[in-house]
Every structure is written in C-alpha cells, then in structure tokens.
Design a protein around this ligand. Sequence first.
Ligand code: EPU
Length: 423
Amino acid sequence: MRVFKVEGKYPLNGTIEVSGAKNSVVALIPAAILAGDVVILENVPELSDVYALNTILKELNVQTTFENNTLTIDATNVNYTPLIEGAVQELRASYYLMGAMLARYNEAIIGMPGGCYLGPRPIDLHLKGFQALGAEVKIEHGAYRLHAQDGLKGAKINLDIPSVGATINIMLAAVHAEGTTVIENVAKEPEIVDIATMLNNMGARITGAGTDTIRVKGVSVDSMHGCRHQVIPDRIEAGTYMVAAAIGVGEGMEVKVDNIIPEHMEAFLAKMHDAGVNMEVGMDSVTIRPTQALKAVNVKTGVFPGFATDLQQPFTLLLTQATGASVITDTIYSARFKHVDELQRMGASIRNEASTGIVVGPSELEGAKVTATDLRAGAAMVLAGLIASGITEIHEIEHVERGYERIIQKLTNVGAKIWFEEI
Ligand code: EPU
C-alpha cells in the first residue's frame, strides 16, 4: 500500500505553480467528441481522472496523446459504444459522457459513476434535463440507458438547484438539439464558462455561461470542428496551496501561488483576509508572508461566487490554527465532514454537528496515522502534516492524487518534507 509521509514544521518558501482545473478538464474531454475532429487541450493536469477519461475515449475509438500537459484528442473516427463497466466507474465525472453521447448519437449507456463519497450525490437534475430534451431515461443493470428516439429538441429547463454537473451535462446534450434550449437557474462556476468557451470555439452557439441563464442554439454535427483550448487554472488547488502557505510560510520568507485567476476565488480570498492572512493579491498570483496571529472566522459555503465547498476542508485546517471559535457550514454537501475525525486524531479541537464544523483554536497538531477519506479531506490531511510535530502517515492517497498534480514535487519545491512510501 502506498502512503504519503509528511514530516512537519519545515518552513515553506518559494513559488508554487497552479495546474489546469480538474473540474474543467473532466468535462472538456467528453466535450471534445462533439467535433469529430482534433481538439488540442493545453494546461491539462496529469491526474488519474484524466487518464481514466483517456481510457474511456479509447473505447469510443478516439485517439489521444498526452505529453507536457497537452492532450490531443482525435475524434475523427469516434464510434458509439455502451460504456457500462471499467474506467467509466472510476470517476464521477464520467457522467458528462451522457450529455456528450446523447448529443452525438441520441443514445448513451453509461455505468453508474464513482468518485468521492460526500453524502448522497443524486443526478436527478441531469436526467430531468435530458428528459426535457426528449430522451427516455432508464436504469438497467446498474447503468443509465438514455435514448432519444426522435432526436433531441430544444426546451426550457429550470434547475431546482444550480448544479454544476447538471448545467454542464444539459449544455452538452443541447449542442446539437433542434432549436433553442434555455436553461435557467444554472450554476455559474468558472469551469462552466470554460466549457462553453471551448464548445463555442468548436462551433457551438452557447450564450449566457457565467450568468443565471444559458441559451444553446442547436447546430449540426457537421458544422462543428476542432480547436485549441487552454484549460483555466485550478482555483481549488490554488486555494489549497494558499492555506499551506498561510500556515507554513517561514519567518522572513514568502510563498507565491502563481498562475491563478484571483477573480475566480474572491469569496475565499475575502475569508483569508478576514482570518488575518498576510497576503498580496497580484494580477495572476497571491503572495503570502508570515502572519502574526490567525483569527477565527465563520464560513458558509455556497454556489459560485460564494465560498467553494471544495475549499471547506482545507480551510477548516487553517481554522485549527486561528485564535478563537470558528463555525464552518457546508450548505452544498452537508456530510462533507469526514476530515473532522482525522483532524481530531492529530489533536485539533474540532467537532461536527449536522452540516457544521466547530473549531476552537489554536491547536498544536501531532503527527498520526490518518486517512484521506475523500479528495479534499486528503488535502487537508497533507496540510495538517506540514505543521504537525513528527510524522503524519496518510492512507488512501489515491483520493488526493485524483485532484492534485505532482503534489509531492510542488510541496517539496517550497521546502516541505513529504514523500511516498510503500508500506
Ligand atoms: N444535486 C442534486 N441533484 C442533481 C445534482 C446535484 O440534488 O441532479 C445536489 C448535490 O447533491 C449537491 C448540490 O446539488 O448537494 C450541488 O451539486 P453539483 O451538481 O453542483 O456538484 P457536482 O457537479 O456533482 C461539482 C464538482 C465538485 C464540487 C461541486 C460543487 C466536478 C467533477 N465536481 O460536483 O467537486 O464540490 O461541483 O461545486 O466538477 C471536488 O473537486 O472535490 C468536488 C467534489
């Protein structure tokens, strides 16, 4: 079994380059099959989810090459294939193949998606959207079977919740639908804008991404073509390293988190500011210097432009080092608190009540054997290890590797002592 080991209390100093956004790229790759041509994606992170999607594309007879963070997707000979088992079950975002394949073939059979357990994660809104566009949805033998006998037709769809996944999936499905699709109460996350931008560069006609309403005018498959697209920076990876810097930067040193879009993380930066983090926000970077004392703050996660749920767990770790009592509420995933038990093991004064974490700080953390129960909980454990006394051993690191490209190398470059070990 592979684990991470972290020896704590090494001061951080230097620059961390942020990679391309995982949550964008996992939708951009399925979107690429809509062209039947060559799509070149730049700034693609080397992550297990990306490799899993490449495996799925092979099953669809799509050729890929992946070198130096550039992923070339040649969908010239893309073929319809049911995707019931195997790589499709390795990641949750494989559900974007539902929208993409429905758009292209009026048909899709996709095994139930995997991914992190954060409490119940239904996809009813995706399915309702497909149905509104004219697809029949069935669940058979653990797979979703979608079929639009008479092709997809534009419709007006109002989402009960501004779901990121449902917004993207319905947008994908509507690209070739006859007429115009209007999707209301959509999510506004930067990743949605990124995907709409690439689809438009491929010939789609999407307006309104980044607002509450997206309109998709259907275009024919033939009018789509390949393109070159640069993936936006990963705002969650960036926020995670900013927390690392805030708690770990050495005296007289600084950590620059580079290649970011600060406008994508304003709510997070505001809370970092409120917590007293000594930081300077530049055009495309944030530089963090030692802070006298971190202050307790209350945080509530929300849909974009609110405080991202994906940063709740890393930020909770920061709050263990702040003076006073903080309450952090997750309104998106009420059960995303598995990190609480693990942080307790390391000596944090923290408890979980319903959808809140209540943290009293500051706490001295001690190295322990802990588990990366999910991707962002795992990130919080790595950060905890950076400041804990002694050695922290983190199990189930495959969760962390799903979302953080070369995490060991990036942290080692700024002075952290972290390594893989086979135990
Ligand atoms: N929801 C429904 N029905 C649906 C869809 C969503 O009830 O059909 C609920 C969910 O249960 C949740 C809320 O709506 O309570 C928001 O879910 P959303 O659909 O927005 O999330 P998602 O698309 O499944 C993406 C990210 C997550 C991130 C959330 C929220 C990807 C691949 N995943 O998930 O990222 O937490 O949006 O921003 O884009 C992560 O990166 O660690 C991660 C889990």
